[in-house]
Design a protein around this ligand. Structure first.
Ligand SMILES: [Zn+2]
Length: 478
């Protein structure tokens, strides 16, 4: 009669944990094992699912138990109560009423007095119990949702693991503080974006510099993916750049579970997000955030990674579509209106096919003129610095002349004259080098892609080659 090989199934979900010790793994284990010993059954194995909700049966311990059932290793399953088996009425019922009998498994739910072997009255209660468990799960998931929503509206962090750059405040689990060991990565990503790098280029940079991914820093949960090897992808970077949490605002309720039985996540519309401004310290200022996102939008207009100076900025004046930069092999780079190119048969627009390099020169000339008028600060500073250095050089040269006269008059000896002469000449040379450097900054580095991306919103090109440049700044001096 007692020839039973017993599998003890144990489950603990996160919600159960809040209900205290009675449901703990150790408690379930000792309760079940005591029962097995008292009845002289053969204990075969524990099947444990720690941290798994009872609303679906996709649990590793449970699956392993089914395997052992099918291999004939066990013919009896015991749980503390029915809800340990599952909280979904239909599924739980399926196991108790169909699967276990079909596989000659005796099932016991200890504290619910359910035993499929005994023909007791309690077994008639089994379906009813299952319905109650199902109801309980539904109710709990609704309660949790409502409580979460309320906390989100209060600007409290309820999202679990905070995003890279932040950590939970040890003094308040619903408050975020900056994680100094991570926040530099966030700053780096935003700085790279502000310099006009595409998301792809930022990804390459982070990977080349071996900057650790979030998964690498915090440890992966058994997943072996690229991020756990420290490899960044563009999606992660794009999500970071778009995440307002870095400006100190909490944005929650971005996604929801469909219902408590299914794990599927749906993404909410932006209108349903719960946004509470300034709930925690910002890593990125709001201005910087907006600026970086504007720039990223521009740089991602074109997929070409080897960017020409004006890539992504050119538009057709006549039809407002983008203008592409094309470089057929062995030929000169030229422009073409995308609308015209795609629909040339329909005569929707004209070609706008101009030589790109000439157009670029023309546009740089206009930009330079415009900058001249605005008198960008650093250029002014350069001029001041230049004047200072030039004055310094004149002073030293005068000194040299004077010293030469002193030597002629025998006021200083030759050895001293040569020593001072040598060191003064070296100093002058240094200063002259500085002047060269400053002048080169003025000449070459003035119009870079960085600068263009920051300065210009878009450039429209007319079929008659007229150029309209939309600057991001206002020229108040005009
Ligand atoms: Zn056009």
């Amino acid at each position: 009669m007692n020839n039973y090989n017993v599998g003890l199934y144990i489950r603990l979900s996160k919600e159960d944990e809040k209900n205290g010790e009675s449901e703990s793994i150790t408690n379930q284990k000792s309760l079940l094992l005591r029962y097995v010993k008292e009845n002289n059954y053969n204990f075969y194995d524990y099947y444990i699912d720690d941290g798994y909700s009872g609303t679906n049966f996709d649990r590793p311990g449970f699956k392993r138990m089914l395997k052992d059932i099918e291999l004939g290793k066990i013919n009896m399953v015991i749980t503390k109560d029915m809800s340990r088996l599952g909280r979904d009425y239909i599924e739980t019922g399926k196991y108790i009423e169909k699967y276990f009998p079909a596989n000659n498994i005796r099932y016991i739910a200890l504290t619910d007095n359910v035993d499929t072997y005994l023909d007791g009255a309690n077994n008639d209660l089994a379906p009813f119990k299952a319905i109650m468990n199902d109801y309980y799960a539904k109710d709990i998931s609704k309660k949790i949702k409502t409580a979460l929503r309320a906390k989100q509206q209060d600007g409290k962090w309820v999202g679990g693991c905070p995003p890279l750059g932040y950590m939970i405040d040890p003094k308040d689990k619903n408050h975020l503080i900056i994680n100094k060991e991570e926040s530099y990565i966030i700053n780096l990503i935003f700085d790279l974006a502000l310099k006009g790098n595409t998301i792809y280029q930022i990804k390459e940079y982070l990977n080349n510099k071996k900057i650790k991914t979030s998964t690498m820093i915090r440890g992966s949960r058994g997943k072996s993916n690229l991020a756990s090897l420290g490899i960044w992808n563009t999606k992660t970077i794009s999500n970071i750049l778009k995440n307002r949490i870095y400006t100190g605002d909490l944005v929650q309720n971005k996604r929801n579970k469909v219902n408590y039985k299914i794990k599927k996540i749906i993404y909410n519309k932006e209108a349903d997000w719960i946004v509470v401004p300034n709930t925690h310290e910002a890593i990125i200022s709001k201005d910087k955030f907006i600026e970086a996102n504007k720039i990223i939008k521009k740089t991602s207009r074109s997929k070409n990674h080897d960017k020409r100076l004006l890539d992504g900025l050119l538009y057709c004046f006549e039809c407002k579509h983008k203008i592409s930069i094309c470089k057929p092999r062995g030929e000169k780079t030229y422009l073409v209106c995308n609308n015209y190119r795609m629909n040339s048969k329909n005569h929707v627009c004209s070609s706008h096919a101009f030589n790109y390099d000439n157009m670029e020169l023309e546009i740089i000339k206009i930009i330079k003129n415009e900058l001249e008028k605005v008198n960008i600060n650093y250029k002014k500073d350069n001029q001041k610095e230049l004047k200072k250095i030039e004055y310094e050089i004149i002073k030293k040269k005068n000194y040299l002349d004077k010293m030469y006269l002193d030597k002629l008059d025998n006021n200083i000896d030759t050895e001293m004259y040569e020593r001072i002469n040598k060191s003064l000449n070296l100093e002058i040379k240094d200063l002259e080098n500085n002047i060269l450097k400053l002048k080169n900054i003025d000449k070459d580095n003035l119009i870079t892609r960085d600068l263009i991306i920051r300065l210009i919103d878009k450039i429209e090109i007319h079929q008659d080659k007229t150029i309209d440049i939309y600057f991001n700044f206002c020229n108040h001096q005009e």
